[in-house]
Design a protein around this ligand. Structure first.
Ligand code: PLP
Length: 456
């Protein structure tokens, strides 16, 4: 049994599976403190395909991130403040955002519609007034109006300027503002491997802008899932050099916002820890600031994926199997009752790899390598783990009448907002488990509901 837990890489904090275990019957369980949930029970009650959200994981990860930086600041006598701003685009569902806010997270929005949700909470008096919101993304008129309106209503809100066309707005805006630097001197190894993106100003452009009214924050964000820890430090160092120059022209500048990028070990090989990153970033920023003779900047991180990805799993049932007729690394297709293209779109879009673990029969004696196929009629609707396949129990070994279920880990980041309706398949149902209570957050779509989306 111990070996099985090890085989499925469960119970290991360095790969974000510390909450998961398997019981004697080979069923996947999730531990919230001294309480535990049996995922097979949930599947039998709610059916598949099923998303299971664990707000307690979101809370623990956000708290850990903030506490780690604060303790590192103390240890290294770093005198700036630290804030975590949660980037809403990573997962805008209420069951993610409310727990984050209650843990003390600030927010970051990327569109007027995300800010509209902030307005909803603000006008209903559901925020501690000390909350602060950063606004990124193209500033449409609707977005700018909403920013001004919320500021007039007392919300602390900072628009981040990303292009020339937004500079005029800033001249009229009476509150603090930020500006985005486009870092072009660090090459990052990630899926979004590029020298330059469409957001912000380069170092030289920024210094050419002269004085910017009420400039408080220098921000950058370079891609997501940055797997090299040194890349994260190199980006921050480059931004810090810009910060030092920019502060000579704009003495009010006092905050550096590192954006997102902290990677998830999707393949369950350890990458780097919050502890090590907090230590390295703090040391570097302190050294740079001390050498330049300026106060230590306040620090913001917007690591979204890191905080929310492990807080959701998506469970599918294997509905049939089929032989692969040619010589390939594996011999079988398993068809699932869901769709990679619809429900886990990054599988298709960026060839995302996932960790998958059986929900039942995880202690089966024999496993086999399989490729997975979604239910849409699209030949791209599959998951082969780059060709290698994934290991799952053999269907012929299951007791008669039993089905095989498996969980895809780390599905809490980005997948929900990308969900689509190819072949008019229904999205997974969604449940929330917290404090021993299970709540249905989204019913499985009916044929009528999906049809309605298309005008029927
Ligand atoms: C997408 C985004 C993030 C989150 O990135 P992660 O890689 O998920 O940490 C943070 N800040 C901004 C401005 C973003 O656009």
């Amino acid at each position: 049994m111990k070996n099985r837990k090890k085989y499925w890489k469960l119970g290991r904090s360095e790969v974000d599976t510390e909450y998961f275990d398997i019981n004697k019957q080979g069923q996947l369980i999730v531990k919230e403190g001294n309480y535990q949930y049996n995922l097979l029970d949930l599947v039998e009650k709610f059916g598949t395909s099923l998303e299971v959200v664990f707000p307690f994981i979101v809370e623990q990860r956000a708290r850990h991130l903030m506490e780690t930086f604060l303790s590192e600041f103390r240890k290294q006598k770093y005198r700036g403040k630290f804030w975590y701003h949660y980037p809403m685009k990573v997962n805008q569902n209420k069951e993610f955002i409310l727990p984050l806010i209650t843990e003390g997270a600030m927010l970051e929005t990327g569109s007027a519609n995300e800010l509209f949700l902030v307005k909803h909470l603000w006008t209903q008096n559901q925020f501690n007034p000390r909350i602060r919101v950063m606004c990124n993304g193209p500033k449409t008129e609707a977005y700018l109006n909403l920013i001004s309106q919320l500021r007039a209503n007392g919300l602390s809100i900072i628009p981040i300027i990303e292009g020339d066309d937004e500079l005029d707005y800033v001249k009229k805006f009476s509150g603090d503002v930020g500006i985005r630097v486009n870092i072009v001197d660090v090459k990052v190894d990630s899926h979004w491997d590029k020298r330059i993106d469409q957001f912000g100003f380069t170092h030289d452009q920024l210094l050419g802008l002269g004085r910017i009214r009420n400039l408080k924050v220098l921000h950058y964000h370079v891609g997501s899932q940055t797997e090299g820890s040194s890349d994260l430090v190199a980006l921050a160092r480059s931004a810090m050099h810009t910060y030092i120059e920019l502060k000579k022209i704009n003495p009010g500048l006092d905050t550096l916002d590192l954006g997102g990028g902290f990677a998830i070990p999707y393949e369950k090989r350890p990458l780097y820890s919050v502890e090590s990153m907090a230590k390295r970033l703090t040391r570097m920023l302190k050294k740079e600031a001390d050498e330049a003779g300026i106060p230590h900047p306040n620090l913001i991180v917007e690591w979204g994926r890191h905080v929310v990805a492990p807080a959701q799993v998506t469970i599918f049932k294997v509905i049939s199997e089929k032989n692969i007729p040619i010589k390939a690394g594996v011999k079988k297709w398993y068809t699932i009752d869901g769709s990679f293209m619809n429900d886990l779109l990054d599988t298709w879009a960026i060839h995302q790899k996932w960790h998958m673990v059986p929900v039942n029969h995880a202690n089966a004696k024999r496993l086999q390598g399989v490729w997975l196929v979604g239910m849409s009629c699209d030949s791209d609707d599959k998951y082969t783990a780059g060709g290698e396949g994934i290991s799952l129990p053999r269907l012929e070994d299951l007791p008669p009448g039993e089905s095989l279920y498996f969980a895809v880990f780390d599905t809490g980041a980005y997948q929900d907002a990308l969900e689509s309706s190819h072949c008019l398949l229904s999205s997974p149902a969604k449940i929330i488990v917290q404090n021993g209570v299970v709540t249905l957050a989204r019913k499985r779509e009916t044929a009528e509901e999906v049809g309605k989306l298309f005008g029927w």
